[in-house]
Write a protein that binds this ligand. Structure first.
Ligand SMILES: Cc1cc2nc3c(=O)[nH]c(=O)nc-3n(C[C@H](O)[C@H](O)[C@H](O)COP(=O)(O)O)c2cc1C
Length: 343
């Protein structure tokens, strides 16, 4: 590996404000749309939220109203971009910042075939100079933090120095915040789903990165399943990003928010009822309940009545005319379980 000659960046990205870096919800395609983020905001007022990945070309040429839809309550919210052409990424970053996003994040972790064919996502881990060039162009194009979400490496590349060299080159281009999905991506032979489960997690690499580069913000991601685990990461890194656990058990997000930022714990029903004005406004605009309800299904995860709650919503929300009354019906059922347990 050639020795790195750091070149001073032309501009340095602002860091993410410290309290906002602690807790975040991962970007997840088909999941973290605007409805999902509004729901997560209601239950975790301090979490940093991320959009699904949007390709730079789509931002530039596509239907922005649809692709970049965002509700003002979502802040702080980051737009995640896919792509590998510096000029296009810069243009898309500027559009995203003008649209109101608080951060622009570059995806260097997605392993799908489609993404590999387009030469972006995780395969960019092999092209640190292109990522550095892209990040420098994005930083030059907008005033919000430009950040990178990456893996530890790809395929059978397991040298910490190579990972550190990737980070150093990108940091030398001005990037100060890295979300580390703490496992390799295996680009051949594994589906994206398997790539989130099979390559072993190495949190120690993210911790070591923070130790060796204390000036960078390092957020740990991958396999964080509960409050104790998430809290343990804060001993070694600046933040924890949760993906699947936050989606499937959103109340965990609420408990994390309360544990780390204070405030009183609110019940699941109370949190959900706080969403009523949003849901009714969306229905009024012609949005179908099913598009919102699908993100709510895990709210009573692990609770008595949780399965019935999920069933009522997933079956009923598809029916024509489904409205808030369906959610009240599902809630009433969980409340009847709770009342029976208390009796
Ligand atoms: C359905 C789904 C879609 C995902 N889409 C993206 C994406 O668009 N961009 C990205 O960087 N990561 C994506 N990921 C990966 C997550 O952001 C995260 O890195 C990964 O799930 C590991 O975190 P977790 O174990 O907490 O879920 C996706 C994950 C899932 C489950």
């Amino acid at each position: 590996m050639a020795a790195m000659i750091p070149t001073p960046p032309t501009a340095v990205s602002p860091a993410i404000p410290a309290p906002q870096v602690r807790l975040s919800v991962a970007p997840m395609m088909d999941w973290t749309d605007s409805h999902c983020r509004v729901f997560h905001r209601a239950i975790a007022p301090h979490a940093r939220l991320y959009t699904e990945m949007v390709h730079a070309n789509a931002v530039i040429h596509g239907d922005r109203e649809r692709l970049l839809a965002m509700d003002p309550v979502e802040h702080p919210v980051a737009l995640q971009l896919g792509g590998s052409e510096p000029a296009l990424l810069a243009q898309a970053a500027r559009i995203g910042a003008d649209w109101g996003f608080d951060e622009i994040n570059l995806n260097c972790g997605c392993p799908s075939d489609r993404v590999q064919a387009g030469r972006f996502g995780a395969c960019l881990m092999r092209e640190p100079d292109l990522v550095a060039e892209s990040v420098a162009a994005m930083i030059g194009a907008c005033a919000v933090p430009v950040t990178v979400k990456c893996r530890l490496g790809v395929d059978d590349e397991h040298r910490f120095e190579v990972f550190l060299d990737f980070v150093d080159r990108v940091a030398a281009a001005g990037c100060r915040s890295f979300v580390v999905h703490a496992r390799n991506a295996w680009l051949k032979g594994l589906s994206p789903k398997e790539n989130r489960e099979v390559p072993p997690l190495r949190y120690d690499w993210a911790y070591r990165l923070k130790r060796e580069r204390p000036g960078l913000q390092v957020v740990v991601n991958g396999g964080i399943a509960d409050l104790t685990e998430a809290t343990a990461h804060l001993e070694h890194a600046d933040g924890a990003m949760l993906g699947r656990a936050a989606y499937h058990d959103p109340y965990l997000l609420h408990r994390l928010d309360v544990a780390w930022f204070g405030g009183a714990e609110r019940s699941r029903a109370e949190l959900l009822r706080s969403l009523r004005p949003y849901v009714e406004a969306q229905l009024e605009r012609g949005v179908f309940l099913k598009h919102i309800a699908r993100h709510l299904l895990g709210l009573f995860h692990g609770e008595r009545g949780g399965r019935a709650f999920r069933q009522i919503l997933s079956e009923g929300a598809h029916r024509p005319g489904a409205d808030w009354a369906l959610i009240e019906r599902a809630l009433a059922l969980t409340e009847s379980f709770a009342a029976r347990d208390a009796a």
